[in-house]
Design a protein around this ligand. Structure first.
Ligand code: NAI
Ligand code: MG
Length: 496
């Protein structure tokens, strides 16, 4: 099989899609010559076959990254590292139309939403380009006999394993801080959505990154992903995906070379609406909070708690709003919700809907497949959901939410914090005191007030509790891609 193929999308026409493994700034086939197909979730048909990395290819990619790290990259002046990133951001913008179409084709997300992802990916890469020459140590006074300072040094070779829900954006969140801090990487995309990560290969080369600094491989979690997390020459692994796999990655790190681990895992985020909220605003954000990206967001506001005074009115109006979400072909201009990413995810979500019905929750709207072809699911709202129900406790990762009523602020905080997860949360109120009190009390990495899903590359993002370890984005992400070295000098002669 060749290393690229001409593909066609409804919005851009023909383009050239790389399909090889990107190692050492070259396109290569996997050692075992394996390939796998990526599926278009809109019509369930294969788009193209890409080359598959196995353990042997991971070894080759890690060696390339190690060689690059020990070579010119580590000692390159930070301005030059920053320039590679800002050039890459420019190139993402230059190729934005194609990248947007690739995301819609491979993942099924609405074209208008994919365009936002691409724009945010460019923003994130440019932001970290700006950080590259602003990573500084400290001088620390201890006593008059010594002079001490710290340096922030790169960790080394980083393995990065990303999911399929925001293929290019997760790519950018991982690559940006890793490069700013001077690491080299082997990044594995998700097997459901390998195309945008591969498209970035040629742009990486054009932006001026030396060979081996960024290596991109396609492959399966149990094979290539597992090989990265257990690799003896990978110094750090950064993962976004399911909690189950997050645990496996920590075990693999512990069982190999104790590589550093950062995890961005699932969530079951509470979205709390008080009686005094501006109800139309709240409904619009609650709707966006759960149905954006077809519910395939780690921070999805899937547990909706509404205060009793406005509960009935809220449910009626929210139903109306959600029914107006246009579900359909991601390439149509007015589409808000496309298909779920895969048959497996479709089946998992339909399984949860079934459980919700059996557990006695009330289906307010939806609850069925949408259409006959593609992995489409109707926006689904369950009411009368109690705390012990599975649909209130487990991450569904689809267009399905659970609503329950609460009485007091204390109740809202208690139920908000019942989850084993703690990724995100939101409060809707017009009372500033309520907003501050509740946001301080919620045990979650992010609290949105009178809005939802408003991520920004300058704002740290990550999980409390079982939602993860470490922070992505903002200055905080630099801490996960660098290590502190302390240098202490004795002043004058002294004997011990
Ligand atoms: P997953 O956790 O299996 O996949 C995410 C990434 O991990 C992919 O690149 C995959 O190849 C890799 N992976 C899988 N097994 C691995 C292993 N043993 N070692 C190393 N890497 C491995 O998630 P999946 O099956 O695609 O989705 C299942 C559920 O996970 C979803 O329903 C959702 O609840 C959650 N999820 C959460 C995401 C988030 O943004 N936090 C993103 C994707 C899924
Ligand atoms: Mg696909």
């Amino acid at each position: 099989m060749s290393l690229s193929q001409t593909l066609e999308t409804p919005s851009t026409g023909k383009y050239e899609q790389p399909t090889g493994l990107f190692i050492n700034n070259e396109w290569v086939k996997g050692v075992d010559g394996k390939t796998f197909e990526t599926i278009n979730p809109t019509n369930e048909k294969p788009i193209v076959a890409v080359h598959e990395a196995t353990e042997k290819d991971v070894d080759i990619a890690v060696s390339a990254a190690r060689k690059a790290f020990e070579g010119e990259w580590r000692t390159l002046d930070p301005q030059s590292r920053g320039r590679c990133l800002t050039k890459l951001a420019d190139l993402i913008e230059k190729h934005a139309k194609t990248l947007t179409a690739i995301e819609s084709l491979d993942n099924g997300k609405a074209l208008s939403m994919a365009a936002v992802d691409v724009n945010n990916a460019a923003g994130c890469i440019r932001y970290y380009g700006g950080w590259a020459d602003k990573i500084e140590g400290k001088i620390i006074e201890t006593n008059s006999d010594s002079f001490n300072w710290t340096r922030q040094e790169p960790i080394g070779v980083c393995g990065q394993i990303i999911p399929w829900n925001f293929p290019l954006l997760m790519w950018a969140w991982k690559i940006g801080p890793a490069m700013a801090c001077g690491n080299c990487v082997v990044l594995k995309s998700a097997e459901q959505t390998p195309l945008s990560a591969l498209y970035m290969g040629n742009l990486i080369k054009e932006a001026g990154f030396p060979p081996g600094v960024i290596n991109i491989i396609s492959g399966f979690g149990k094979i290539a992903g597992a090989a990265i997390s257990a690799h003896m020459d990978v110094d750090k692994v950064a993962f976004t995906g399911s909690t189950v796999v997050g645990r496996q990655i920590m075990k693999a790190a512990a069982g190999s070379n104790l590589k550093k681990v950062t995890l961005e895992l699932g969530g079951k985020s509470p979205n709390i609406v008080f009686n005094d909220a501006n109800i139309d605003n709240a409904i619009s954000w609650v709707n966006f909070g759960i149905f954006f990206n077809h519910g395939q967001c780690c921070c999805a506001g899937s547990r909706i708690y509404v205060q009793e005074g406005i509960y009935d009115k809220f449910v009626e109006k929210f139903k109306e709003r959600a029914q107006n979400n246009v579900v359909g072909d991601p390439f149509k201009e007015d589409t808000f919700q496309g298909p779920q990413v895969s048959q497996l995810q479709f089946d998992r979500i339909m399984g949860y809907i079934d459980t919700g019905k059996k557990e006695g929750a009330k289906v307010e709207i939806g609850g069925e497949r949408h259409g006959k072809e593609g992995y489409f699911i109707q926006p689904t709202i369950f009411s009368n959901v109690s705390e012990d129900m599975k649909i209130m406790q487990e991450e569904i990762f689809g267009p399905v939410c659970s609503i329950a009523k609460f009485k007091t602020e204390e109740d809202a905080i208690r139920v908000g914090n019942t989850s084993t997860y703690g990724l995100a949360s939101a409060v809707h109120t017009t009372n500033l005191n309520t907003a501050i009190r509740v946001s301080n009390a919620l045990r979650a990495g992010t609290v949105w007030v009178n809005q939802y899903n408003m991520l920004h590359h300058a704002l740290p993002f990550g999980g409390y509790k079982e939602s993860g370890i470490g922070r992505e984005l903002g200055e905080a992400a630099l801490a996960n891609y660098s290590q502190t070295k302390t240098v202490s000098i004795r002043l004058g002669d002294a004997l011990f």
